[in-house]
Design a protein around this ligand. Structure first.
Ligand code: PEP
Ligand code: MN
Length: 360
C-alpha cells in the first residue's frame, strides 16, 4: 500500500539532528510536570511527554491521573516552550487531547496490538492534522505495526512516525523488552520514508542500559529518541527504575553520536567500495557452495528413498551441529550465529529431501 508520509523536517517542529521526546512516564502532578519540563528544556529536546492514561499490564498499579493531567501537560509545555505529547488508547482520549490542544499523540504498544482499537482511534482522527506516533506492538509482529501505521495514514494523518520500544519475550533476561533490531530494520526497508524513533527507556527497563541502546539506535539511523525523564525518578509512580533525572538526560544527549548515511570523503568512498566488492565476491562463492551443498542433500535424499530410510537423522543432526559449533569456536565465529545459520541450512536440506521423497 502506498503511504503518504511527511518527513520529520516537514513536521513544523524544530529539532537538531535527532528528534528527542522526553518527560515522565506519567504526569503525576502539576508541579512534577512543570519542574520536569523546565529542567529538560535546557537540553536539545523537541517535545515533552507525559502519560495521562496508563495501560498497566495488571490491575492495582497507578493507572494515570486521567484527563485532569492534560492541563498540567499543556501548561508545562507552554512554560518550557515545548510541544507536548501523550498516549491515546481510545476515541474519548483523542477528543480530550484535541480539546486541550495536545500537539502530538502516540498509540501505545498494547493498543497497536489490537486493530479494532487502532481503527477506532484512526476514525476519531479523520480530518485532524496532528502528528501521530505509533509504537510497535508488544509481540514481534511487523504486520501489526505496519497495519496500525496504514490505518492512521488512511485517516488522513501524514505526520506519522514509528516508535521502536522493544518486544515482549518470555526468555529475555537483560532487557525489559527485547530490541529485535531486525524488525525496525525491516520496517525501514519496507517504508523508507517513515521517521523512526527509538524508545530506549521501555527497551531497557533500567537506566544503566540506556546508553548502549541509544548508541545502537544512532548506528541504525533512527531519527529520534523517546527517553523517560522525571524530576525525581525514585518517587515516580510508574516505571521508576527506567526514568533518568534531567541532569542524566543532559549527559546522555551530550554523548549522542549522530551518524550520516554517507560522506563524499574520497578515501572513505574508495575503501568502502573495495570492501563491498570483496563482500560481493565472497557472497557469490557462499551461494555457489550452498547450491553444491543442496545438490548433495538431494543425492542423499535419493539414497535414503531407495533404502527406505527416514529423512530426519537425529544423531547425525546432533553430531553435525556439534562439529560446526566446534569449528565456530576454533575460528572465532559467534556460536549463536553459526547455530542459527546451520538450523536454517538443515531446514532447507530437509525440504529438498522431501521434494525427492514426494517425486518419483
Ligand atoms: C509509555 O510510553 O509510558 C508506555 C506505556 O509505553 P509502551 O506502550 O511502549 O509500553
Ligand atoms: Mn513508561
Amino acid at each position: 500500500m502506498e503511504l503518504n508520509i511527511r518527513e520529520l523536517s516537514q513536521w513544523g517542529i524544530p529539532y537538531s539532528d535527532v528528534f528527542v521526546i522526553s518527560g515522565p512516564c506519567s504526569a503525576e502532578s502539576r508541579k512534577q510536570m512543570i519542574d520536569t519540563a523546565c529542567a529538560i528544556a535546557k537540553y536539545p529536546v523537541s517535545a515533552l511527554r507525559g502519560g495521562i492514561w496508563k495501560p498497566r499490564t495488571r490491575p492495582g498499579s497507578f493507572e494515570g491521573v486521567g484527563a485532569e493531567g492534560l492541563a498540567w501537560l499543556r501548561e508545562a509545555g507552554d512554560r518550557a516552550g515545548l510541544p507536548v505529547t501523550t498516549e491515546v488508547a481510545k476515541p474519548s482520549h483523542v477528543e480530550k487531547c484535541l480539546r486541550q490542544g495536545i500537539d502530538i499523540l502516540w498509540i501505545g504498544a498494547r493498543t497497536t496490538t489490537n486493530p479494532f482499537a487502532v481503527q477506532e482511534i484512526a476514525d476519531a482522527l479523520r480530518g485532524v492534522d496532528i502528528p501521530v506516533l505509533v509504537k510497535n506492538p508488544i509481540s514481534p509482529d511487523l504486520g501489526l505495526w505496519i497495519g496500525a501505521i496504514e490505518r492512521v495514514n488512511q485517516a488522513g494523518i501524514t505526520r506519522i512516525a514509528a516508535i521502536h520500544r522493544g518486544f515482549c519475550s518470555f526468555n529475555e533476561k537483560v532487557y525489559r523488552n527485547t530490541p529485535e533490531w531486525r524488525i525496525p530494520i525491516e520496517l525501514r526497508r519496507k517504508i523508507p520514508k517513515l521517521p523512526m524513533i527509538c524508545d530506549p527507556s521501555h527497551i531497557c527497563g533500567t537506566v544503566e542500559l540506556l546508553s548502549g541502546i541509544i548508541r545502537k539506535a544512532m548506528d541504525l539511523l533512527f531519527d529520534g529518541l523517546m527517553i523517560e525523564c522525571h524530576i525525581n525518578p525514585r518517587a515516580a509512580l510508574s516505571d521508576a527504575q527506567q526514568q533518568v533525572t534531567p541532569r542524566e538526560l543532559g549527559v546522555l544527549l551530550s554523548h549522542l553520536n549522530v551518524k550520516q548515511v554517507s560522506t563524499d570523503d574520497p578515501h572513505y568512498l574508495r575503501s568502502i567500495t573495495h570492501l563491498r566488492s570483496t563482500i560481493d565476491i565472497l557472497d557469490e562463492q557462499i551461494m555457489q557452495l550452498l547450491l553444491q551443498r543442496m545438490n548433495i542433500s538431494m543425492d542423499i535424499g535419493r539414497l535414503k528413498k531407495q533404502n527406505n530410510i527416514s529423512i530426519l537423522q537425529p544423531e547425525r543432526l546432533q553430531k553435525m551441529l556439534q562439529d560446526r559449533l566446534e569449528s565456530a569456536n576454533r575460528l572465532g565465529l559467534d556460536e549463536q550465529f553459526v547455530l542459527r545459520l546451520y538450523q536454517y541450512i538443515h531446514e532447507e536440506s530437509i525440504r529438498k529431501q522431501e521434494l525427492v521423497e514426494s517425486g518419483d
